[in-house]
Design a protein. Sequence first.
Length: 183
Amino acid sequence: MTVASNKLRSASSSIPSDERTFETIFLEHYAQVYGVLFRLVGDRAEAEDLTLETFWRLWERAPHTAEHLGGWLYRVATRLGYNALRAAKRRANYEVEAGRYVLEHDSPPDPAHEVERRDERARVREVLRRMRPREAQLLILRHSGLAYKEIAAALGVAPGSIGTLLARAEKEFEKLYAYTEGG
């Protein structure tokens, strides 16, 4: 039997939550728990984190008796280690799938296309600046996905008039846009 286990057993059959006893258990079992976890996960930082998590669980939810405390610690540690390995495997699978998706669906950005998009946005902003504020707001709100009712509430107009106002604003936008295209 270990010194900490004897000390705990002599105190009572349950593990007290005082810091001195916990520190004794920690110092006595740390190296072995860390060793088990390092061999299991193969990463020093991960093993350190899992070892600390094991002792945190001892502090939070200690077993009712000090009997087989080492076994309890190793069981908790190995379960945490296996959970970490499963999580790493899932994460690797997700990353592979995400990479595969990007390769299949996304092409690298074309610099010429990006310049055209930037110029197009600047042109649209210029046209919106030339429009009356209410018409510009109307187009921006509709383009943002708002329903007629929401646009009406935002602009303080009757919901039944939004369709007509929107048609006029679009016509004005197209006229100004065509004008800026010509020079």
